[in-house]
Design a protein around this ligand. Sequence first.
Ligand SMILES: [Zn+2]
Length: 659
Amino acid sequence: MKSLWNDTEAATFGTDPLGQRVYTSRLLGRNPDLVLHGGGNTSVKVEEKDFFGEPVNLCYVKGSGWDLATIERAGFAPVRMSALLKMAELDSMTDSDMVLQQRVAMTNPNAPAASIEAILHAILPFKFVDHSHANAISALTCAKDGEARVKEVFGKRVLVLPYVMPGFVLAKQVYEAMKKTDLRKEGIEGIVLLKHGLFTFADDAKASYEKHIELVTVAEEWLAKKSGSYKPATAEANVDLKELAALRRAVSKARGVPQIAKLNSTAEAVGYSNTSGVADYGTRGPLTPDHSIRTKRAPGYIAGDDIDGSVAKFADDYKAYFERHKSEGHTMLDPAPRFVIWPGRGLVSFGDTLKDAKIVADISEATHKTVALAEAAGQWEPLSEKDIFEIEYWELEQAKLRKGPARKVHQGKVALVTGCAAGIGFAIAESLAEQGAQVVGLDIDKDIPQIMAKIGAVGIVVNLTEDQPVQDAIDFTVREYGGIDIVVSNAGIFPKNDNLDAMAQSDWDRTISINLTSHQKLMNKVIPFVKLGIDASIIFVGSRNFKAPGPGASAYSCSKAALTQLCRVAALELAPHKVRVNIVHPDAVFDTKLWTPEALAKSAARYNMTVEEYKTKNLMKVEIKSKDIGNMVAAMASPLFAKVTGAQIPVDGGNDRVI
Ligand SMILES: [Zn+2]
């Protein structure tokens, strides 16, 4: 492992201690072998003047919710040293009280909550303290003879402490150890916490950081030697996308809410999933207690083709684990795996959002690589079940769950929307994305990727009348997110008005091809996945024209009438699969690219109306906007419509020809 320190870059963070602290914290955060997603913590001790000009000794310690890779000055909590040292002297303290007292002792009440390892940072008699959960330290210490290994590898260079629960108990353990050990006098360079991580310290930011790199490198070199000729196994993935969708559905069911699934089918992940014995060592436990908050104690394992049975087994085992270790006041968390080992396919990670699933995917990637290496270097023996239970059901974690953010209506769902570069289609994609869905938008417009990116969605350029590109877009969606729950079949054109005796055959053919046949083709390909969706629903975008046609619009009206019939048949066919199929009939939506100001003025003049009157030409005299349709479609895809299928919903402000 190499030091990433760079003098020029370091100077841009400021030469004051906090500036240097920000810089080397980021260096730790930049290396995924040291720190992943909010893991690890750092601190710096400084003397400042308080508001009244009195000198005050502070420990600036990483605030919770901040990531070392991107931390800023504002990410550090300024806590009075005197309070932290006083807490260390207490015989006992609950972690909730500790968090509260740390907040009380801050000189800035608006700063983030200080890390739960703040007391420990304060106790160590050095200006800078760096703490990580380095993979190599896990691989080294998660073994039966972990302590002996540390002594063999580091000799007297480090102090080694047995695993105890992070928080006050750990702070107290270090406090007691410091009474007997003079780190400076004895020339101790770091503290190894077995099955947890590493602390290094110095009075200089660079020295503390580089000591960290140096000690981790020593551990890495020992592991390489000990594991001898070990090379990670590799294999080609063989993924059936319908099986992936079925797996996502089973896990979502166990979790009680839809999940995004992130497949990792790199050659190394597949090789790992195929290794004999992986069902055993791959499910023994996490690299460090911190990870278990995201991943639970262990991943699931998919045995053979039995996806549902394997997920159910994980849930049963989880319930038994809860029963074995629970005590009063514990509420069982959901029994769904956060990632699974799937022989022949690799690893699959799950999360409420794509971001959550990616975090789990990063942790599972580090886990499989480190576990395989550790097993090769001797028997991998992570933290005990009981220790992990205490972390998973820690009072602080349970409190966090109780006040977790409210879920969005479509969170964890995957939506496919066609014809969404502008107008109604764009508004639909936007409403679904705003309400938490992972949206994939298909359109023939070559700018669709950029247009969808604006709303956090993915856009794919597709001609919906062509078969293979549509299939590819569907496959992409399932491969990236695990399935498809919502399909909004919206794409359509409005050809130029011509009476039947004047119409070009090509206008008719093109309209039917896009407004009707492309929808039928999409259904043909997407329904197998929608059947495996969660609270699945299909929504077509029709038109008021279907019930109230106008002269000169035969192709458009007929295509929308047939589309409505397609919707009705789909509703009949899919009801046994609990898939809802409904259609929305908008009318007079003028904020679309079909309507230029000139076209609007021309139409208004034809009715002898002002543009304003024309726009609100309905019984309720209200203007219908794209967003009204977007929000209606999002509602139709939501649990509000859980028991509605085959419905035709007008969004037209009331029309006497339709009512
Ligand atoms: Zn830690």
